[in-house]
Write a protein that binds this ligand. Sequence first.
Ligand SMILES: Nc1ncnc2c1ncn2[C@@H]1O[C@H](COP(=O)(O)OP(=O)(O)OP(=O)(O)O)[C@@H](O)[C@H]1O
Length: 249
Amino acid sequence: MKPIMELDNVEKTIYNDDATLNILDGINLKIYPQDFIVVLGTNGAGKSTLLDAITGANKVTAGKILLNDKDITTENLAKRAQFISRVYQDPKLGTSPRMTVAENLLLAERRGLPRRLRSRRLKEHMPEFKEFISSMPTLDNRLNTFTEKLSGGQRQTLSFLMAIIQKPELLLLDEHTAALDPQTSADLMAATDRTIKSKKLTCLMVTHNLSEAVAYGNRLIVLKKGKIILDLNTEQKAKLKEEDLLEYF
Ligand SMILES: Nc1ncnc2c1ncn2[C@@H]1O[C@H](COP(=O)(O)OP(=O)(O)OP(=O)(O)O)[C@@H](O)[C@H]1O
């Protein structure tokens, strides 16, 4: 099987006045279709820098990034955003507060299309959006609610739906449940997992939550000081227990 994404010896080096920091230090990773890879690591391990390197928010200093065999190492954020989407930790990022849930979904569905094709006829899309949010009970009957009136959990759920509405080649989840209360976080995580499976998405998820890391995904990588120090495949991950991970922290 061909990988969707390949990181080949990726490095991010920062030169300070008196020190050289290897924030990403020779990352080699192949992400295959329908992989759900969990990324764990202590604070400062390089997780956000890795996601920034993949999206193009931060350019790498060495190595190559391939998307479906095409070298995208020098492509900018906007170009890559057609294929790669990201959900952040902060419920305020990713959604427009003064727009309704349905308007936000329309914006996400039309993103990247030429202006003349960005239909303003929201009404026509309502049945489709109703169906689209039906798997997310927390957003039931909320299509006409202004986003600023939603709870943090509802807003994160909307951010997640906006990130997948165009079915990205690669979905990046950047601790997307971390800012929520434990029950809301668990509910969104379970809904995320169901959706990734049913829509056959390919996903890379950063988390600090060890039980989530054990329970979800088919692969697990641990980052430490910019290097991948553990890379478990599906079989190895199936045998994994939470306590096995403690030694890496
Ligand atoms: N522009 C920069 N200049 C200097 N140091 C940087 C820069 N960007 C990141 N770093 C450092 O690189 C390391 C990795 O940062 P990064 O944010 O990727 O870690 P992380 O694993 O996402 O951490 P966290 O779990 O705290 O979010 C940190 O030590 C950080 O201070």
